[in-house]
Design a protein around this ligand. Structure first.
Ligand code: APR
Length: 239
């Protein structure tokens, strides 16, 4: 799969992964825009927005609670595990759009969660913020301060956490190889990260069964799933 670029892979000093819902698809978590994606069943723009939340916190919480339950049973797949193993051989950073926590669960130690985490809950008013793995009995859950709690995720119309985005840009601008895995690259600003890497002459690899809008800008594309391709990628270092 990666034979023709083995030398280049082995010579990399800093590899940055930009990952999306596709890398968790083989852990049983639906993507957003795929054929069985969440956007097919729900109007995500009416759920994953700050306005939707304040208009109907109960509905938004019911949707997130269903997604939280799904994520609590999900396990990292060979794609997540391959990225974690890669840390043995080279400097690796993961910039993920996913909120499922599977990269950290697989053992990756340098992960930027660009869109937050569905496991983390925060208060809409005070500074309460904690990882909560249990289910809530009633919605919306209320903070000790008396205000509504919300998932600590980035909704459409909200900015990414400033410190996380700044770190992501620095990593993207300093890598010599960027691997874009399982993302349609339609949501900004995450979809600008490959451009930062390209400006630094990084070698761009796309791992996705489908083409994306940035496929023409890639130096190498693998039309296969991440759970199959990424263990092959890591085996390049083992030989
Ligand atoms: N392995 C690799 N890629 C896959 C796999 C797989 N097993 N299955 C699907 N894909 C690819 C699809 O071809 C698609 O290009 O993963 C991509 C998933 O795209 P989206 O569903 O659009 O997910 P993503 O790009 O992560 O969405 C970005 O949009 O809704 C918001 O905040 C949400 O973080 C999300 C953002």
């Amino acid at each position: 799969m990666f034979e023709e670029i083995t030398d280049r892979i082995r010579k990399s000093n800093k590899i940055v992964f930009v990952t999306g819902a596709g890398i968790s698809q083989e852990s049983g978590i639906p993507t957003f825009r795929g054929k069985d994606g969440l956007w097919r069943k729900y109007n995500v723009m009416q759920l994953a927005t700050i306005d939707a939340f304040y208009e109907n916190p109960q509905l938004v919480w019911e949707w997130y609670n269903e997604r939280r339950e799904n994520i609590f049973t999900a396990k990292p797949n060979p794609g997540h595990k391959a990225i974690a193993e890669l840390e043995k051989y080279v400097n690796v950073t993961v910039l993920t759009q996913n909120i499922d926590g599977l990269h950290k669960m697989a053992g990756s130690s340098n992960v930027c969660e660009l869109h937050g985490s569905i496991i983390r809950i925060k208060c809409t008013v005070c500074d309460f913020n904690d990882e909560i793995m249990h289910e809530f009995e009633k919605f919306p859950p209320i903070c000790k301060c008396g205000n509504i709690l919300r998932p600590d995720v980035v909704w459409f119309g909200e900015p990414l956490p400033k410190d996380v985005w700044q770190k992501a840009i620095i990593h993207a601008s300093q890598c010599d190889m960027m691997i874009i895995v399982g993302t349609s690259l339609v949501v900004s600003p995450a979809n600008t990260l490959p451009i930062y890497a390209k400006q630094n002459n990084a070698f761009l690899i796309e791992v996705n069964p489908e083409k994306t809008i940035l496929t023409p800008d890639m130096d190498f594309s693998i039309r296969n799933t991440s759970a199959i391709s990424l263990p092959e990628f890591v085996s390049t270092f083992r030989k």
